[in-house]
Design a protein around this ligand. Structure first.
Ligand code: AR6
Length: 168
């Protein structure tokens, strides 16, 4: 049976096959979790990302994890919240689903996600958690070997994802 866990923590410390990065469409790094991942992975990640020449919102790209404990980093730009009528929910679901599918294609079984789009990109937390949990659970039904963890950086985020799991 697939495992789905919500935890509080720092995703750069996760010893998993792949961590997901809440990136931007340039893939050239930024603040938030993206900045933290690039700092710990080291400059080789910047070089690998530059070679990818960006990524459209909702799609995903893979690189090695370099100095991170995770083997791979999967980079996905989530949607910027623009009020909710700009395909935000579909694009956010695409980010989760495409990241999982790319991880599976690369033989990953253990995958950790941050809360995509709920920081700088201002996606309302409760709504984002609902989309994330629903999308991850749907993929997990087809892939019983997977172990997916949501790594929440603060208590409010942790509680929102726990709530979304309970309500499902
Ligand atoms: N581990 C886990 N989660 C973290 C960590 C960490 N080390 N650090 C921050 N978070 P954000 P976005 C949480 O803003 O909204 C970047 O500049 C954070 O508390 O990182 O998708 C990119 O380059 C929040 O809950 O990502 C883009 O330009 C969550 O990660 C833009 O920000 C996401 O917040 C993407 O914005």
């Amino acid at each position: 049976m697939a495992k789905f866990t919500i935890k509080l923590g720092d995703i750069t410390k996760e010893k998993v096959d792949a961590i997901v990065n809440a990136a931007n469409t340039t893939l050239l790094g930024g603040g938030g979790v993206d900045g933290a991942i690039h700092r710990v992975a080291g400059p080789a990640l910047d070089v690998a990302c530059a070679r990818l020449h960006g990524c459209p919102t909702g799609e995903a790209r893979i690189t090695p994890g370099f100095e991170l404990p995770a083997h791979y980093v999967i980079h996905t730009p989530g949607p910027i919240w623009q009020g909710g009528n700009h395909n935000e929910a579909i694009l956010l679901a695409n980010s989760y689903r495409n990241s999982l599918e790319l991880a599976i294609k690369n033989g990953c079984q253990t995958i950790a996600f941050p809360s995509i789009s709920t920081g700088v990109y201002a996606y309302p937390l409760e709504e984002a958690a609902k989309v994330a949990v629903k999308t991850i659970k749907t993929v997990l039904e087809q892939y019983p070997q997977l172990e997916v963890t949501m790594v929440c950086f603060d208590l409010q985020t942790y509680q929102a994802y726990l709530g979304a799991v309970k309500r499902k």
